[in-house]
Every structure is written in structure tokens, then in C-alpha cells.
Design a binder for this molecule. Structure first.
Ligand code: MN
Length: 155
């Protein structure tokens, strides 16, 4: 299963690239272009993971992180910062704000999805296309028996 991943990013080029890469690996991106919208989408959609730019209009990434981690329903959702700065102290500040990790900008197309998936349970990590087809092919027989699959278990 792909994951529902909220991407909060005000830079259209970066947003497009991240959405493109996540979709290419079978994930379902949700998007928001500022911190307020990001919080609203997170609360409404309860994504599996959130990728969040640090410099954002309305509410910056630190404020978004504090709000998300102060919300009992959203606190367990992995939260990854995407940031151009990696100055001394920034890492500590990000972790203190509640981010579970960070990915440096510029986004590297070859490794971005892998970096994100390190924060997902293995069942929600993307598969190679052939394995993905095999995985989805077993779904009908499973659901035909009416056995609900626990979300954390893969095929
Ligand atoms: Mn930004």
C-alpha cells in the first residue's frame, strides 16, 4: 500500500517535484502551500506522514510542527522537515519543535522517496513496479473472504 503523504511547501517547483516523485512510487500526495492550510489539511485528512518546508507563509514550519505535535491525534504522524539550511543549531531547533527528521534541499530526485520512506512502516513503502503488481493481485482473494487487513501488515 502506498501512503497518504501531506506535503506542505510554498515553492511551486519543489512542490511539483515532490508530488511527482511520491506519485511515481505509488504514494498519494496531499498538498498545502502555507502553514495554516497545512494544519487544516492535516486535521481533516489525517495523513500517514507529513513533509513540511520550514520557511512558509502564515505559519512557518516550526509553528506547524508545534501545533501538530500538540494535537493528540496527529502527534504520532511522522513529520519531516525539508529545509535549505543546515546551520549549526538548526537541527536542534527542528527536533525541539517536534520534527522527527529532515531532508536537505535541494531535493535529490534519486533519493527523496527513500528518505521519506525511512519514516514509514515497511508495509507502506513503495515497491518496484513488478512487486507492486504482484502485491495488488492478491488483494481480491483476501477481500473476498472478508478479512480486514491490519494496516501495518503488508502482503
Ligand atoms: Mn518555503
Amino acid at each position: 500500500m502506498g501512503a497518504r503523504i501531506l506535503v506542505i511547501e510554498d515553492n511551486a517547483t519543489n512542490l511539483e517535484l515532490m508530488v511527482y516523485l511520491l506519485e511515481a512510487f505509488g504514494h498519494l500526495p496531499l498538498v498545502a502551500a502555507d502553514g495554516e492550510e497545512g494544519l487544516a489539511v492535516a486535521r481533516r485528512e489525517r495523513p500517514d506522514l507529513i513533509v513540511c518546508d520550514v520557511q512558509l507563509p502564515k505559519l512557518d514550519g516550526y509553528a506547524v510542527a508545534q501545533a501538530l505535535k500538540g494535537d493528540g491525534a496527529l502527534r504520532p504522524v511522522p513529520l519531516i522537515a525539508v529545509t535549505a539550511y543546515a546551520m549549526v543549531g538548526d537541527r536542534d531547533r527542528m527536533l525541539a519543535a517536534g520534527f522527527d527528521g529532515y531532508i536537505a534541499k535541494p531535493i535529490v530526485a534519486e533519493s527523496f522517496v527513500q528518505q521519506v520512506e525511512a519514516f514509514l512502516p515497511s508495509a507502506q513503502r513503495a515497491r518496484q513496479p513488478a512487486a507492486w503488481e504482484a502485491a495488488t493481485a492478491v488483494e481480491p482473494s483476501v477481500s473476498a473472504e472478508g478479512i480486514p487487513l491490519p494496516r501495518e501488515q503488508g502482503f
